[in-house]
Design a protein around this ligand. Structure first.
Ligand code: NAP
Length: 297
């Protein structure tokens, strides 16, 4: 069994940041990731509120950070963590293939897209339903799509799709969008974006291979080629039984969870603001506190 001082689980912006600080402090760190490094960044078509960049797309920022991590020779294991076992003197991280013993764990497992949980939703994922305009938008070139939601993600998705698709309809359950003003103003530049307020999607219609229309709760059925769901996220953290609120991990001021020596940062934790900048700050704090503990400073 391999032994490490710190295992970081998840390689989004939080996990990669933590690994940079740990490695630069001379700590023996292993990052475990079951997907491409970058996490939610890989789904973001435009980032305009991260200091230092007037504009950068998410995958480019993810790749820049990953290159920095690679240049530091941070060890990676591309595998799925299935469980973390905790005892007083050690933690065992179990992946699909192996077990790793370590002193500290950082949970930076992020969140996954929330679903509407309507009938046939799972069946149509990849056959008309998508959670990522940047990944799938080109499949809907000159076609008609809807974006469900009214927050920052929904408006960002709509703005990206408006450059590709014939028509984009935002379907939002409230009477006004909750995205930030700068994003909402962007909608005015497009005459192919329409917003349906106080409206919900009730049903997906189509043959087994693709969506053809959606039925709305106002009684209308609209023809669509694609449905982009952007109704928020649910945290991913079922690896160990730390204290949570609504599924989000609770951490103290040092970013330590209810279990000693297990830390958490990024979108998996309970907090007020879910931003790249906040994830980086939390990861920096979590890593720095572990470094201080290891070095006794
Ligand atoms: P969000 O802010 O939680 O917005 C979710 C949207 O989906 C809301 O309009 C919500 O409506 C709607 N919704 C939720 N459940 C629904 C349901 N069952 N049926 C229909 N509509 C539903 O989520 P987000 O936009 O994905 O953003 C998540 C976090 O990431 C936020 O903190 C956001 O600021 C951040 N983010 C930031 C940026 C940026 O800074 N550019 C970009 C993307 C995300 P209600 O309001 O009625 O609940």
């Amino acid at each position: 069994m391999q032994k490490r001082e710190v295992v970081v689980i998840g390689s989004g912006v939080a996990g990669m940041t933590a690994s940079i600080y740990l490695k630069r402090a001379g700590i023996d760190v292993l990052v475990i990731e079951c997907d491409a490094p970058g996490g939610q960044l890989n789904k973001s078509s435009s980032i305009e509120n991260y200091p230092g960049f007037k504009f950068i797309d998410g995958p480019t920022l993810a790749m820049n950070i990953y290159e920095q991590v690679n240049d530091l020779n941070v060890d990676y294991l591309f595998d799925k963590v299935v469980e973390i076992k905790n005892s007083n003197d050690k933690r065992i991280v179990k992946t699909a293939k192996e077990e790793i013993e370590c002193d500290y764990v950082i949970l930076s497992t992020g969140r996954t897209s929330r679903m509407l949980n309507l009938e046939n939703e799972k069946k149509y994922i990849g056959k008309g339903i998508s959670f990522c305009a940047l990944c799938d938008g080109n499949f809907y070139k000159d076609k008609n799509v809807i974006v469900i939601g009214g927050g920052n993600s929904a408006v960002e998705e709509a703005l990206y799709l408006a450059n590709i698709c014939k028509k984009v309809i935002i379907v939002h359950r409230r009477d006004k969008l909750t995205a930030e003003e700068a994003l909402i103003e962007g909608i005015n530049k497009y005459d192919n974006i329409e917003i349906l307020y106080k409206t919900n999607v009730l049903k997906y219609n189509g043959d087994d291979n693709k969506i053809e229309s959606v039925t709305l709760d106002n009684g209308n059925t609209i023809d669509v080629d694609g449905v982009f769901i952007a109704i928020g996220y649910v945290p991913i953290n079922n690896l160990i039984d730390v204290k949570k609120e609504n599924g989000y991990i609770l951490v103290d001021d040092n970013y330590e969870t209810s279990i000693s020596n297990i830390y958490a940062c990024g979108d998996a934790i309970k907090k007020n603001t879910y931003q790249i900048a906040t994830a980086i700050g939390e990861a920096t704090n979590a890593a720095s506190n572990i470094i201080r503990k290891i070095k006794g400073t």
